[in-house]
Ligand binder design. Structure first.
Ligand SMILES: [Zn+2]
Length: 149
């Protein structure tokens, strides 16, 4: 959800197509790497965490890639939506906006428009294209792991 914090740009008069406008910098791969590093650092340095020394945590690289991938997935999924502006994947190095050629997901209305008939169609679209496939993958992975032990 963090990348969509950029909707506050609208209230500061920052235009949609600007580097720090909606679907700009916070939807970029660069931002995903920053969040991946910050989230990993936070997890390894929080008070009362396990006994590993932060610098020697065996999964720190995996955690970094996980948090980076989770954050980057937001922009990648936005690029599959059928509305709004494209995604500035390469901000701050380029402000070019990208979409994938195939865009099956209904774009979500911004703000209170979410609670409307259109908002329900968006939820149904997201359920079909994202939530149900994700749940199937998660359950399959769980069953596969349980089968291995
Ligand atoms: Zn977004």
């Amino acid at each position: 959800m963090l990348p969509d914090i950029d909707v506050i740009a609208f209230s500061f008069g920052i235009p949609y197509e600007a580097m720090f406008g909606h679907r700009g910098f916070t939807h970029s791969f660069f931002f995903a790497v920053l969040v991946g590093a910050a989230a990993t650092w936070h997890l390894l340095h929080r008070r009362g965490s396990d006994s590993h020394r932060p610098g020697s945590h065996p999964h720190r690289l995996a955690l970094f890639f996980w948090f980076t991938a989770v954050t980057a997935s937001h922009g990648l999924l936005d690029a599959l939506t059928n509305g709004g502006r494209g995604i500035a994947f390469f901000a701050p190095f380029s402000d070019h906006r990208y979409f994938f050629p195939w865009r099956p997901i209904q774009v979500s209305p911004i703000g209170v428009g979410f609670f409307s008939p259109r908002g329900l169609r968006v939820l149904a679209s997201e359920a079909g294209w994202i939530w149900v496939p994700s749940a199937i993958i998660a359950v399959s992975a769980r069953l596969f792991r349980n089968g291995q032990t």
